[in-house]
Design a protein around this ligand. Structure first.
Ligand SMILES: NC(=O)c1ccc[n+]([C@@H]2O[C@H](COP(=O)([O-])OP(=O)(O)OC[C@H]3O[C@@H](n4cnc5c(N)ncnc54)[C@H](OP(=O)(O)O)[C@@H]3O)[C@@H](O)[C@H]2O)c1
Length: 313
């Protein structure tokens, strides 16, 4: 089968499409014939070597975590009814492999694709929607009536976070560049701010949750604007998060970092949001599989408005 892989860490130029053996599904795994795969900043970080502490130095490495397609073989312990099912899914860990003609995933990493979605739309959903759901619901304790600020709301995670925050019943304010304010409003934000003019942090005690999607704020910057038991949630792990966590120990206000994890329960929740028209996948651009390098370069501009998807013929 054809798969996108790389033989060394580096820029997007290291990506190549090669023929490799079709993977075999193991226990409680399915093999999916991939129709579309979405890319995320994580793919670029892995490819560049930024996560080498986790990804090691053995090559080749495969690209891609998000996918949508049709189950074409099942491993031991998987009910035969899964064969032929249209699914979407996200691979956990760092091994990747969804940017390929076939991918093997555990049963816990897939859910049935909602009817009416194209494969390209379905592939755009998992990683970003699970991140938004887990950040808002689990880390941010967002429920009906929560006042939420989503910072950097127009990228892959942000455009899905706006809609998921609304589905949880929140009152949503976004920050983005001026050109994306209307886009955020269209997706359901009650108030849209241009972060160059007003970052939304000037009123004390205003937010129950600040979801820092872009990851360039900090607990110190956000703390005054949080309500008494408010939470700052960032997407970017790193040393600053340890400082933020330590600072939040002295306060009822909390600092959290979301680390997304694929699981069927949450994938089904996201699929239900789609089926009930509370969540619409937003695809910014599509590329053929062979143009994975161009797709990654587009993400690396940090200007994507929604998801970047690879079509797998
Ligand atoms: N920890 C986890 O589990 C996890 C999971 C998913 C993602 N992430 C991380 O979350 C971050 C966002 O992911 P993503 O998929 O949404 O990325 P993305 O799609 O590449 O984000 C692009 C968006 O970033 C916005 N942006 C650019 N410069 C900005 C600035 N200075 N301030 C605020 N926004 C700015 C842009 O909006 P404008 O053009 O309007 O500025 C653009 O729409 C990445 O760092 C990713 O690695 C972490």
């Amino acid at each position: 089968m054809r798969a996108v892989l790389f033989e060394s860490y580096g820029s997007a130029d290291v990506l190549a499409v090669r023929d490799i053996p079709k993977p075999e599904p193991g226990r409680r795994q399915v093999r999916v014939k991939v129709r579309a795969a979405a890319l995320n900043p994580k793919d670029s970080f892995v490819r560049s070597g930024r996560f080498r502490a986790f990804t090691g130095s053995s090559f080749p490495k495969l690209l891609g975590y998000d996918f949508a397609g049709t189950v074409e073989a099942v491993g031991p312990g998987v009910p035969a009814e899964w064969e032929g099912t249209e699914v979407l899914g996200m691979l956990n860990g760092f091994a990747g492999g969804s940017a390929a003609e076939f991918v093997v995933a555990s049963l816990d990493e897939v859910a049935k694709k909602p009817a009416g979605l194209s494969f390209e739309e379905a592939a755009a959903v998992p990683l970003v929607s699970l991140t938004a759901l887990q950040a808002l619901r689990d880390d941010g304790a967002v429920t009906s009536g929560s006042r939420v600020l989503i910072h950097g709301a127009s990228g892959g995670v942000g455009v899905h976070a706006i809609q998921i925050a609304r589905a949880l019943g929140a009152q949503v304010t976004t920050t983005s560049s001026a050109r994306n304010r209307e886009h955020c409003r269209h997706l359901g934000a009650h108030e849209t701010l241009d972060y160059e003019v007003d970052g939304g942090l000037s009123v004390d005690g205003r937010w129950d949750c600040v979801f820092d999607v872009f990851g360039n704020l900090s607990f110190a910057k956000v703390r005054a604007s949080l309500a008494m038991r408010g939470t700052y949630v960032t997407t970017v792990p790193g040393p600053r998060v340890l400082v933020d966590r330590a600072m939040s120990l002295l306060s009822r206000k909390r600092a959290r970092v979301v680390i997304v994890r694929s699981n069927r329960i949450d994938l089904d929740i996201v699929a239900r949001f789609i089926a009930t028209h509370q969540l619409r996948p937003i695809v910014d651009r599509m590329f053929p599989l062979a143009e994975a390098a161009a797709a990654q370069r587009h993400i690396e501009t940090k200007r994507a408005r929604g998801k970047v998807v690879l079509r797998v013929a």
